[in-house]
Design a protein around this ligand. Structure first.
Ligand code: AMP
Length: 396
């Protein structure tokens, strides 16, 4: 691992790709600072080791060129406070101002560059643009796991200009270590729990995990494609007809590989997609006509929780039901609790994906999970067994 711990930053200018893509309200105040908070240890370490720090990030989705609401200057007050020092700002990430400010930057100082995505070359992975960014610094550090699955100028292409001087920041290092721990050397029994709306986004994840796990638990909207594949009546629950064959293949493969596949025996069905809709618990394979399954039922909660509590390695991605609606959040909460309990008893747990992480945080369980991943899309691609451009660029 090319870590910042074993690099001498004395007198060096480090350009760090951070993920400061934080939500801002109408007054440009940060409403969730998690991503900035996560980057602070890497920044502080490099400053402590005698380096100067140049920070670059994207923020939001600017269409073309600069837009006030996507300016990174809005994060400066919070960032300065967290670092306990002044943060300088260059109003464009490349060009004369960025060049003169970086060349004047002293050891121990921090400069933030304006939003990379004000230049379309960033997402385009443009080499000339990446070279200009690279020209501002002596060493490149990538600490933006959330964009590691993208081959953008600042996340991957820039590394070409630092053949030796390229390193992972602490977030990247931790994400990779924790995912490798689960994927390469899991203590058994290893249980994966997958949920969320659709099978379609998780096909490769299932295919890669089925070779590794002992138990595969499937909940959320995606369960109904499997239940229909097994001949069940799922009413008007979410079903991807074109993936029924694939669901059958997964069921067959699980049998062949001795993986126990758990589908919820019962479901909380609703008369419509509404928190206040009429509800009833039904067998998952016998949902009445016109009703839709929006959460897993009591028996499923009991079975899943037992399997989770007996596991030694646990991977969770995706809610068990429509947990944004309080009446359909029980299954997701119960799973989160079972994972926290198992972890307390010595299991290793990795949770990722926006919704599962939100559930864990809402319940105040984040510190009872071994590792909570910061990057939803990047984590899924890593679990699929894909090489992430941001990771490969540093390793290569
Ligand atoms: P994903 O982004 O694929 O992980 O899906 C997350 C979404 O799946 C959440 O917004 C949930 O509300 C939704 N979801 C979970 N269970 C169901 C269900 N049974 N029916 C419809 N949507 C669901």
């Amino acid at each position: 691992m090319k870590s910042i711990d074993n690099y001498n930053f004395e007198g060096k200018k480090a350009i760090i790709r951070v993920d400061f893509n934080v939500p801002l309200n109408d007054e440009y105040k940060i409403t969730d600072s998690t991503r900035i908070d996560a980057a602070i240890p890497t920044i502080k370490k490099i400053l402590e080791k005698g380096g100067a720090v140049i920070l670059m990030s994207h923020l939001g989705r600017p269409k073309s060129g600069p837009e006030e609401k996507f300016s990174l200057k809005h994060v400066i007050p919070y960032l300065s406070e967290q670092l306990g020092q002044e943060v300088k700002f260059a109003s464009d990430c490349i060009g004369e101002e960025a060049e003169s400010m970086t060349s004047a930057l002293q050891n121990g100082e921090v400069l933030l560059l304006e939003n990379l995505r004000f230049h379309k070359e960033e997402k385009g992975g443009d080499e000339a643009f990446a070279k200009k960014l690279a020209g501002l610094a002596d060493v490149y550090v990538n600490d933006a796991f959330g964009t590691a699955h993208r081959a953008h100028a600042s996340t991957a292409v820039i590394a070409r200009f630092f053949p030796e001087e390229k390193l992972f920041g602490y977030i990247m290092e931790n994400e990779i270590k924790n995912m490798d721990k689960v994927l390469e050397d899991p203590r058994k029994p290893f249980t994966a729990i997958l949920g969320g709306a659709k099978v379609s986004g998780k096909v490769e994840v299932i295919e890669n995990l089925i070779d590794k796990v002992d138990n595969l638990i499937i909940g959320g909207g995606m369960m109904f494609t499997f239940i229909k594949a097994l001949g069940g009546n799922v009413g008007k629950s979410l079903v991807e007809e074109d993936l029924i064959d694939l669901a059958n293949e997964v069921i067959a493969k699980a049998r062949e590989k001795d993986v126990t596949l758990y589908l919820p025996k019962d479901t909380i069905a609703a008369s419509e997609f509404d928190n206040d809709a009429e509800r009833k618990q039904t067998p998952s394979h016998n949902i009445p006509e016109g009703w839709m399954g929006l959460d897993i039922g009591e028996e499923a909660i009991k079975t899943f929780s037992e399997v989770i509590r007996d596991s030694k390695t646990i991977l969770w991605n995706g809610p068990m039901g429509v947990f944004e609606k309080p009446n359909f959040a029980k299954g997701t909460k119960a799973i989160a609790e079972a994972i926290a309990d198992a972890t307390e008893k010595g299991a290793y747990s990795l949770v990722g994906g926006g919704d599962s992480v939100a559930a864990i945080k809402q319940m105040g369980l984040a510190d009872k999970i071994s590792y909570v991943s910061t990057g939803g899309g990047a984590m899924l691609e890593y679990i699929e067994g894909k090489q992430l451009p941001g990771v490969e660029a540093i390793r290569g």
